[in-house]
Structures are given as structure tokens and as C-alpha cells.
Design a protein. Structure first.
Length: 155
């Protein structure tokens, strides 16, 4: 057996591959054309309407350069709209369109079903413990990330 099979980083990468594959496969079967990061951006914008792109990036722990393309695609798909920030004309506030809100409502149950499928090998208590441990490790290593999670719910 290869030693990497026991390494958390390798296992996390494999699990990430599965989650992305399941997300794209299952949501596209239902007629959606979204990536997991686009979904996360929709969730952030829905939770805090009026965020700017940099704030969306920090809310979902994604790098600022890449998030620009993500937002551009969501605008092209007419799921998100940009509005000029009256306090800073260079900045754009982001809001879900009616289509974005509708898409989010329809896709959420699919995404939650995928979470259940992903953790299907675990008992309920194990699922809670697993998610708790993942969060603990992610929080512990957050500052080492190229795109650390930064959440300020007061915005």
C-alpha cells in the first residue's frame, strides 16, 4: 500500500474530487449549469446582499483573482447583477437576480441530498463528528491558506 493512502491531505484531495464530480453530475442532470464555487458565491450573495467581489471571495475562502471570473459567469447567466456602490463608484455591489434566487431555491435540495450521499457510509453521530472535525482542522489552518476564510457578518 502506498503511504499516501494514509495521509490526510491525499484523502482530502480525493474527497474533493468526488464532491466536485457529484455536484456537477447531479446538478447538470437537473438542468443546472453551475460549479460548486458558483453555488457558494450565490449562497454568500443571498446571505448578505450587496457584497462586493472581494467580500464574496473572503466569505467563501476563494482567491480574489479567480472570483472575478466566477462573478462574471454568474452575471452572464443572469443569476447575479452588479450595482454601483454609491459610497465608492469603483466598487460594485452584488445581488441575486430573480433567476438567481429561483435557481438557488431549486438547487439547494439537490446539494443537500449530495451531502447525504457523500456521507452515506457514516452513522448520524459520525457525520456530525466528521463535519465538526473538518471545521476544526479548516479553522486551525485557515491563516495558512492563500485564500483564508474571512467572514464579517456585520457588513
Amino acid at each position: 500500500m502506498l503511504e499516501i493512502y494514509e495521509m490526510p491531505g491525499h484523502l482530502i484531495r480525493r474527497l474533493n474530487q468526488v464532491t466536485v464530480s457529484l455536484f456537477v453530475e447531479e446538478t447538470s442532470k437537473e438542468g443546472f449549469d453551475l460549479t460548486p464555487v458558483q453555488y457558494a458565491a450565490l449562497i454568500a450573495i443571498n446571505s448578505t446582499p450587496g457584497l462586493d467581489q472581494a467580500s464574496v471571495a473572503s466569505h467563501i475562502a476563494y482567491d480574489r483573482v479567480t472570483i472575478g471570473g466566477v462573478i462574471d459567469r454568474l452575471v452572464q447567466k443572469e443569476l447575479v447583477r452588479r450595482e454601483t456602490n454609491p459610497n465608492d463608484r469603483r466598487a460594485r455591489r452584488l445581488y441575486l437576480t430573480e433567476g438567481g434566487t429561483e435557481t438557488l431555491q431549486k438547487i439547494r435540495p439537490i446539494v443537500w441530498r449530495l451531502q447525504e450521499e457523500l456521507l452515506g457510509a457514516l452513522e448520524h453521530a459520525e457525520r456530525e463528528q466528521f463535519v465538526s472535525l473538518l471545521r476544526k482542522v479548516a479553522d486551525h489552518t485557515n491563516e495558512k491558506s492563500r485564500a483564508p476564510l474571512r467572514v464579517d457578518w456585520q457588513q
